[in-house]
Design a protein around this ligand. Sequence first.
Ligand code: MN
Length: 317
Amino acid sequence: MKISFDQICRALEEKDDICILTHKRPDGDTLGSASALCLALRQKGKNAWLCPNSGTSAKFSYLTDGLWGTEGQKAGCVCSVDIADTTLLPPEAQVYDKIDLAIDHHPSFKDFADLSYCRPEAAGCGEIIYDIIKEWGCEFDSRMADAIYTAISTDTGCFCFSNTTAYTHVVAAECMKAGADFSNINYNCFRLKSQARIALEGHIFSSVRFLRGGRGAAAVITQQLIGDLRATDDDCDNLASLITQVDGVKIGALLTELKEGGGFRVSMRGRGYDVSQVCGRFGGGGHAGAAGCTLKDMDADQALETICTAIGDALDA
Ligand SMILES: [Mn+2]
């Protein structure tokens, strides 16, 4: 059931032994929001912890250090943050048969918890957590500020995406006032890259196939290449968006060979074209600007040909 902001603040205050859930393949928003909420609850004298999430990258340890609970730890309240749907729960969260509270900002939020608060206009879930911390009158310390700053900076692509609002900047400014290490956070999240990542980017830009005078583009990453480079999932994250950074490209696609082989996962990005419709032709979907689908039982040439034809059709329409 959906409740108001005041009600979610009060509902959390009434609980104790609070287990906080983050989504699988956790990003800066879910981890930053969960960490800041956990710190605030502890400041209020409550027992709170983060449910273990084995997909967490070591680069976010500054958010989560000392906050992890143990697997299956008995909870008086289970609260999810930045999770739109129960399908996004990590395996470690499956032991909890119900979720008491949910705090989220996705327009696609499924009302799966007993009580939930969703604010779709928030650029990051971190904006909501910041408001909760302030509503409670907690001291907003530099560690919470690092967590909230990370949450909103990562969910806005360093304040570049169109979801960024004036309020996002207000919250960022409050984080800076509280001592957030914004320069290092942004460097680590947006500039720093592993050698494997740089090699993958190099491969994409040297092999990308352009079509329709450069308005469409697609590239392929094979498991052979990923293995040769010892690239991690982190290294492969969001490579598709690089293709639409090329001047003139309106629809870009990255085809990544499935680990099990026998097909490709397609990540598509569009500027001024609804790529969810293109991916929908193959049973996929997503948003207008970013969508995906899977092509089974195709080799690299067939998959590339299939996707280039579909991109061409969309550009011609
Ligand atoms: Mn988010």
